[in-house]
Design a protein. Structure first.
Length: 577
């Protein structure tokens, strides 16, 4: 039930508790299969994540007993590269568990935003996660749900969260509860799918999947459906193309179908640091001493979904608003940008003391991968409009969209969660590629989590939408790049917790770059706000064909509060170099 989010969770709802035991709750971070997650503060003002268990689960005697056992064990886990359990209520309703509050992006979001980790970063992550597993297994428990969303890249190094507690959802007679497996399909070990016992070796398999994802940008057993993924986990060899050669053999050994053939966590650490026996405490201290982390990217632990950007309803460019309420289908692994950087270490790092140097190199790698660089300047304008002429081709419809005061406005209503408009097709027969689209937007009405932005490569095939959509929050506390790929649904290609360059005093100049590459096999997608780069990713997973460019507004989580944005100085240009 844990992913990550920026400092933009929801306010407490009227029926939410304001205090649990000694903890004051200050916001709602999300909701998962086990319950609701809150941001809290202890009596000293330190932030914590408070996970409150659903009442229907808490009312089950079997669940309560498992929950008590697993939390009690989790509290014994040493702090090596983990987010420790600090407190819990195990007897009276509501049941809850309190963990350390961790700031830093999840591995999932870091790879989705910046691409695979380069060699030194990747090895530092591999050591840190293996060290965390050593601490977890040392307490006599198994994580059972190790995945990129449960690895946070904090200022003190990689931190593994949500260990052990997932077992409380298991049925008493097997690995499922109400017919569902506990865990994430791409990272589940084959023995779990075969109905066999889950052991520490199962976490080693998940470790191999996580490291493969971090090093390649894709899970080693990817698929378009859950049954397909399950089949590949049980029967297929992992896809490790592009993984650093220095780690490939270790990861391949961890992904052996037979848990008896996999290395133990101590074996992993010994091979990673180049000696037969590695001390987790020393490794954790060295990683912490040399790690500075990706600065300026605060992340809240223990949130599910993307509360900052809830999924939109599905639209067609032929329509004027989104009204059908359809939710996006789940996507597979999210591609990112960039490639390998730095040199693979052969042999791998020798000795625990070298881990500190490795962590320092990891910091450099993250800095290199951070978005940077201004928008292209060598342009040829294809279409522009300052909206001074209310007959320039954009449509008008009541209070939802149209010309007003020399600008073009778009407003949601009680029936439309989002409104989209496209460059008048009569004025543009062919959309250029590569393209830079620019507009200045000002929100005159809307909640902090309302969103607005630009879209590119939009197409409509029998009311089935295809598009790349760039949105920023009204309060500047996040941006998202969402791909809608017809019947395959929508997925986030990039999510940020802040918007560099954002101005809260008035309009913001938004620019998006959409550039086909390698004969259409790749599309580079970039977003700038007031000249500062916010997103830079490359889509290699069925890139969308060239198509329409337009603007969009989306209502926030409060359905009673609409969003109204005014757009001005729209420009669409072909990038000449």
């Amino acid at each position: 039930m844990t992913t990550h989010a920026g400092e933009n969770g929801e306010a407490l709802r009227p029926d939410d508790p304001e205090r649990l035991g000694p903890y004051r709750l200050v916001g709602r971070l999300g909701r998962g299969g086990m319950g609701t997650v809150y941001l809290g503060e202890d009596s000293a003002g330190r932030r914590v994540a408070v996970k409150v268990i659903n009442r229907e689960l808490a009312g089950e005697g079997t669940f309560r007993e498992r929950f008590r056992r697993e939390v009690t064990a989790a509290r014994q886990v040493r702090r090596f590269c983990t987010a420790p359990v600090m407190d819990a209520e195990l007897d009276t309703d509501p049941l809850y568990v309190v963990t350390e509050y961790i700031e830093g992006p999840s591995l999932e979001s870091a790879v989705a935003e910046r691409g695979p980790l380069p060699g030194s970063d990747l090895e530092g992550l591999a050591v840190g996660v293996a060290t965390a597993l050593a601490a977890i297994h040392g307490a006599g428990i198994v994580h059972r749900d190790l995945k990129p969303a449960n690895v946070l890249l904090s200022s003190t190094g990689p931190r593994v969260i949500d260990f052990g507690i997932a077992r409380a959802l298991d049925a008493t007679d097997g690995p499922t509860r109400t017919g569902q497996f506990v865990g994430t399909p791409n990272y589940l070990p084959p023995e779990l799918l075969r109905g066999e016992q889950v052991t520490p070796a199962s976490d080693v398999f998940s470790w191999g999947c996580v490291v493969a994802y971090a090093g390649t940008g894709s899970a080693p057993f990817a698929g378009s459906t859950v049954p397909e993924i399950f089949y590949r986990v049980v029967h297929d060899e992992p896809k490790l193309d592009g993984l650093d050669p220095g780690l490939r053999d270790i990861v391949a050994a961890a992904l052996d179908k037979d848990p008896r053939n996999r290395p133990s966590v101590q074996d992993l650490l010994g091979r990673l640091v180049g000696n037969g026996k590695a001390d987790p405490a020393t490794l954790a201290e060295n990683v912490r001493a040399g790690w500075h982390g990706p600065a300026g990217d605060p992340t809240v632990q223990a949130r599910t979904g993307q509360a900052a950007f809830p999924p939109p309803t599905v639209a067609s460019p032929a329509d004027t608003t989104r009204r059908d309420g359809a939710a996006p289908a789940p996507g597979g692994p999210r591609p990112g940008s960039g490639g390998k950087a730095g040199l693979p270490l052969r042999p791998l790092i020798i000795g625990a003391a070298a881990v500190a140097a490795l962590a320092v190199l990891a910091v450099v790698g993250f800095t290199v991968l951070r978005p940077g660089g201004g928008p292209p300047e060598n342009l040829a304008t294809v279409f522009s409009d300052d909206f001074a002429n209310d007959e320039s081709g954009w449509q008008s419809f009541g209070d939802e969209y149209g010309y007003r005061d020399g600008k073009y406005f778009m407003r949601t209503d009680n029936y439309s969660e989002a409104v989209s408009r496209w460059v008048p097709k009569d004025d543009v027969k062919t959309f250029p590629d590569p393209i830079l689209a620019t507009v200045t937007a000002t929100v005159t009405e809307g909640s902090p989590d309302a969103r607005y932005g630009l879209l590119c490569r939009a197409n409509n095939d029998r009311n089935t939408i295809y598009q790349y959509l760039f949105l920023i929050r009204n309060d500047g506390k996040g941006a998202v790049l969402r791909k809608t790929n017809g019947a395959q649904g929508s997925k986030e290609l990039a999510v940020t917790d802040s918007v560099p360059g954002f101005s809260g005093d008035g309009g913001n100049k938004l620019q998006i770059g959409c550039a086909g590459q390698d004969g259409g096999k790749r599309v580079r997608l970039r977003l700038w706000v007031n000249g500062e780069q916010v997103i830079d990713v490359t889509d290699t997973d069925q890139p969308l064909d060239n198509g329409w460019v337009g603007m969009e507004v989306q209502r926030g989580g409060n359905k009673a509060q609409q969003v109204n944005a005014q757009f001005d100085d729209f420009d669409m240009s072909k990038v000449l170099d």
